[in-house]
Design a binder for this molecule. Sequence first.
Ligand code: FES
Length: 137
Amino acid sequence: MPVYSDKVMDHFMNPRNVGEIEDADGIGEEGNPVCGDMMTFYIKVNDSRLSDVKFKTFGCGAAIAVSSIVSEMARGKTLEEARKITPALVAEELQGLPKNKHHCSNLGAQALNKAIDDYLSKQGKPVKTRRREKRNG
Ligand code: FES
């Protein structure tokens, strides 16, 4: 049985920014075929900044906590800054994740990145997908 930090429990029990942005500027979806969990991120962009970030997650408690913290970390950031939100930073912000839950933090960072990619491609801008940081678990 994994032991979760207080912060994971808080974001799992009271997730921030849940929902969908109807007129989203970018949408990113990521899933894990092994556990079957799915995350979708919706972003609004103003002056190259993420003015709004929302998500819908069908997944484990850690996946919900990850989505919630990623949405908080990304809000107000520039696209470039948001790209730097790695799974390791997400796990750190949540005061750690059990080893077998590290893949949940991959999902959050990747879904956000896909939403940024989606926004850029809709703008006709080059999509430079950053090197994915993978964590096992
Ligand atoms: Fe797969 Fe958490 S168990 S995302």
